[in-house]
Design a protein around this ligand. Structure first.
Ligand code: MLT
Length: 280
């Protein structure tokens, strides 16, 4: 890089010229879920991983929340950090709903999309009713039963059985979720717009990553997005459920690196021999 400074051109190195990747967490989680990406991928990009309003260490503000509000919060964070150029938005599950909403509202701010363990459709009527039941339950009794019901669906049965470290890690994040945040997010997901019709118009490279054993969002949802988004690729992660970034971090991270290499034309040092890719 070089820049004119008064009477001479000064050359300099600045890692800020790396592409920025925004990591948007799922429900009821926070940015801690990206620990293995923040740890292992810091050489290849600048990562920004917010805690959404009501989640993690962000303020537990009362609702109503919406996908629009989450998207605007993220745009505000990018403004605050002076990130003006387009970024890669990587969202997992609810984070994917937000990524699609963000792309709809701020297409000029998006260089690429990574849609992990997510789907484009809105909630069915049955799904909306289930959100209302969950809201009433959480308001009456706290988040305990929601966490207990969701945890075994986040990870594969094998991980649940054998890997206490990951199970405790995910459980701890989920147990840290506030009532305000959980209620706000449930209502925002219940009311989120359907993004299926937008998929054909996505004109940035898109990586879709999905755990082969996802019990919360079936693999068919990822396959449908792959069919509909023109410049997309699909990576199916074996031995992973709803959190492929935590259950199979090497494969997840390799897929992200490959994607960023294609996007930026740069080459990063990594092992890139996974054979579960589908590419348009
Ligand atoms: C998530 O993991 O973010 C949520 O389970 C998604 C959802 O409930 O639709």
């Amino acid at each position: 890089m070089s820049n004119p400074i008064d009477d001479f051109t000064m050359a300099y190195q600045d890692t800020c010229d790396q592409i920025t990747v925004l990591l948007v967490h799922g429900f009821p989680l926070d940015s801690a879920m990206w620990e293995l990406q923040l740890q292992d991928l810091s050489d290849v990009a600048r990562f920004i991983a917010p805690d959404l309003r009501g989640h993690g260490r962000s303020d537990s503000v009362p609702g109503p929340y919406s996908m629009k509000l989450f998207s605007d919060d993220i745009a505000g964070l990018l403004d605050h950090l002076n990130v003006n150029g387009p970024v890669v938005v990587c969202g997992l599950s609810m984070g994917g709903y937000i990524a699609l909403d963000f792309y709809r509202r701020y297409p000029e701010r998006v260089a690429g999309l990574i849609l992990a363990a997510t789907r484009a459709g809105a909630d069915s009527d049955e799904g909306k009713t289930a959100r209302d039941t969950a809201v009433a339950d959480v308001r009456a009794k706290g988040t305990g039963s929601l966490v207990a019901a969701m945890l075994p669906k986040m990870l594969t049965p094998a991980t649940m059985e054998e890997d206490d470290e990951i199970v405790d890690f995910v459980k701890e994040i989920m147990e840290g979720a506030s009532v305000e945040g959980v209620v706000g997010a449930l209502q925002a997901m219940r009311d989120r717009p359907d993004s299926v019709a937008d998929l054909a118009d996505i004109d940035v490279p898109t990586l879709i990553i999905h755990g082969a054993e996802d019990m919360l969002i079936p693999l068919s949802e990822a396959e449908a997005m792959y069919e509909a988004i023109p410049d997309s690729q699909l990576v199916i992660v074996p031995d992973a459920a709803h959190l492929p970034n935590l259950e199979q971090p090497d494969m997840f991270n390799d897929a992200v690196i490959d994607f960023l290499e294609d996007l930026t034309g740069e080459e990063f040092d990594h092992d890139d021999d996974h054979d579960h890719d589908h590419q348009h």
